[in-house]
Design a binder for this molecule. Structure first.
Ligand code: SF4
Ligand code: SF4
Length: 624
């Protein structure tokens, strides 16, 4: 099986693992018993690996409904004395934050590791928040690996430290470490306890004010202990010698190490892995004899602020450079070039910058698009036609959500006017329905519906919001790699599970106007939206058709290769298919003739309907 290499029992074996795969291996070497998540890139592969191997490894694993639930499940596991792990992308921690904060107060018995996968440069995210500040707000120890090997080794230490302190540990990764491949040397696999036992102790586990006050004092004491641990930890190590100091962590360390070695810079580098609490004793020792220190870290000046505060409080006379005096940028991922520029600026060096010269070539811009055969395209197409016919296309406010359908922002659909976070399509639609007299339509996928839309829809019912809510139900969590969700009959362990019916849930919370349609049937889909537009009050349309990639994979396996093409004798060159339906398989030749690229066409056949090609010019290609 694809991920079985993480189950190899041979200590000393070396494997070429993704950072996310190494995390699973490390957790299995630590005796993991329970893990939970809501999928989100760049952490998604951790879940994919566990989905494949958890059962064999004797670990309980679930794709929870959302990150807050995942956090609560893992916290309960740790409170029951079993080693537990929860992981999500950085913005997932915002969703989990309420539970996360209190978990630091009530503490843990079994080790609890909370992985946050931050996304500098926003490769697949709406912001690039620096989640290291969560460790400060929650008062939680934090670790930051720089490579797959470190990720594997540090996870084990994170569990141990968590148990020693009785606190959860925040394990902060970034895209470059999650998705980096590297050689990882295995240790022993350790079987986790199959079940724990919860020992009742309300004064410890129930933070009502009278208990929480004592909990906070205990937490602060534990963090003093944690600072001593961080100061003596081998995860915070010094490399090299020189008159200049560099403090760094995470992915930035790799670039610093490369630049220092390649250019023979005489520098003493403090590589921090256990970064919260700030290991002041270790840093104090490191600074001895230095006149200048540079802090190199991605995103916010997190360590730099700690260092500046420490120097001020302790009266340490040293020049500190970093982001706060403008030498390093506060946004996007770093590269060796960024580090060189920063060091040049901070230290007056003259390191060559500009990187390897590559031949400049002009490539056409390729904005991300919905896949050929994507059912969402058909939905957007049908809605556009209905709203245009009703002459309300332009004034309708479209709230959207996190998923493939965010691509509805692209031309020609342009049905994404407002987005905040998971579930905001429903909540913001309620707001717009109250704040304006404009028609309002919200879009969310099936996984997002379960994740965070239900409370907002309850809000819409109770507060009588006049809006249309569309659930683009493609039967999977598509954007993060096709993970299951509560609407599917499979759970995180791969076992059969009860599948919740979105229509019943929606009706159950009091929404009466609900329709389920197949978006591939454009005529029916248009009719359903016409009725929804005419309905006064909240209406929900569920457009249900599985993700085209799943259909493609199944067809390929079954040897089915359907293709469509344009009959040039019938085509009038009206261009409705190209300009309004806009499947990326269509293209125009130099004379203006329309064709379908057979390598892109997935044979969905939607474009062959008269609602797309009014002249019936698109036909299935008959197999020779
Ligand atoms: S919609 Fe039909 S007639 Fe119009 S350009 Fe496309 S294939 Fe030709
Ligand atoms: S059949 Fe038509 S809509 Fe479907 S993938 Fe092919 S060209 Fe695109």
């Amino acid at each position: 099986m694809k991920y079985d290499m993480v189950l190899d029992p041979t200590p000393g074996r070396k494997a070429f693992l993704l950072g996310n795969e190494a995390v699973v291996r490390g957790a299995l070497e630590a005796g993991l018993s329970l893990a939970s998540t809501y999928p989100g890139t760049p952490s998604s592969e951790i879940g994919n690996v566990l989905h494949a191997v958890a059962k064999k490894a004797g670990v309980y694993f679930e794709f929870s409904t959302n990150e807050k639930v995942a956090m609560e499940v893992a916290a309960a596991g740790a409170a029951s004395g079993i080693r537990s792990m929860v992981f999500f992308k950085h913005v997932g921690l915002n969703v989990a934050a309420d539970a996360f904060m209190s978990t630091a107060y009530v503490g843990v018995r079994g080790g609890l590791v909370v992985i946050t996968a931050d996304d500098p440069s926003m490769h697949s995210s709406q912001n690039e928040q620096d989640n290291r500040y969560y460790a400060q707000i929650a008062q939680m120890p934090m670790m930051e690996p720089s490579s797959p090997q470190e990720a594997k080794d540090m996870i084990k230490e994170a569990f141990e430290i968590s148990e020693k302190l009785g606190l959860p540990v925040l394990f902060r990764m970034t895209t470059r470490v999650n998705h980096m491949r590297g050689v990882v040397e295995y240790g022993e696999l350790v079987k986790g306890k199959p079940k724990g036992r919860f020992e009742k102790a309300p004064s410890r586990y129930v933070p009502v004010p009278s208990n929480a006050r004592g909990m906070h004092i205990r937490l602060l004491k534990k963090m003093e202990e944690a600072e001593e641990m961080a100061s003596t930890s081998h995860l915070n190590r010094v490399e090299g010698e020189g008159d200049v100091g560099i403090i760094t962590s995470g992915a930035a360390y790799n670039y610093v190490a490369d630049v220092v070695e390649e250019h023979g810079i005489r520098a003493r580098v403090l590589k921090l892995g256990f970064t919260h609490p700030f290991p002041r004793a270790r840093v104090r020792e490191f600074l001895k004899g230095l006149k200048t220190v540079v802090v190199v870290e991605e995103l916010e000046p997190y360590m730099e602020k700690e260092l500046r505060a420490m120097a001020q409080v302790e009266g340490i006379d040293i020049r500190i450079h970093g982001k706060m005096d403008g030498h390093f940028p506060r946004h996007y991922e770093y590269t060796p070039e960024v580090v060189k520029r920063g060091l040049n600026s901070a230290l007056g060096l003259n390191l060559p910058v500009g990187g390897v010269k590559v031949r400049e070539i002009t490539v056409p811009s390729r904005p991300p698009v919905l896949c050929p055969g994507c059912p969402h395209r058909a939905t957007y197409y049908a809605i556009g036609a209905v709203l245009r016919a009703k002459k309300i296309r332009d004034e309708t406010i479209f709230t959207t959500d996190i998923g493939c359908y965010t691509l509805g922002i692209q031309k020609p659909y342009e049905m994404a006017d407002y987005l905040l976070c998971m579930g905001s399509s429903a909540g913001a639609a309620c707001g717009f329905a109250k704040a304006t007299d404009q028609p309002v339509m919200g879009f969310a996928g099936d996984s997002t519906f379960f994740h965070a839309c239900i409370p907002a829809l309850i809000n819409a019912v109770h507060n009588r919001a006049n809006m249309i809510f569309v659930v683009l139900d493609n039967r999977t969590t598509a954007m993060t790699g096709h993970q299951p969700h509560p609407g599917l009959p499979i759970d995180g362990l791969g076992d059969e599970a009860p599948a919740l019916d979105i229509e019943k849930v929606v009706r159950g919370i009091g929404i009466e106007h609900v329709e389920v349609v197949d978006p591939y049937d454009i005529k029916e889909t248009k009719a359903a939206f016409r009725r929804a537009v005419e309905h006064n009050g909240i209406s929900v349309v569920i457009t249900r058709r599985e993700c085209a990639l799943i259909m493609d994979a199944r067809n390929r396996k079954a040897g089915i290769f359907r293709k469509y093409d344009v009959n040039q004798d019938m085509c009038t060159r009206c261009y409705n298919c190209v300009e309004n339906f806009a499947c990326p398989a269509f293209y125009r030749d130099e004379e203006g003739g329309v064709h379908i690229n057979p390598y892109l066409c997935d044979g969905c056949g939607v474009c062959s309907q008269r609602d797309v090609c009014p002249f019936g010019a698109i036909e299935e290609v008959k197999k020779e």
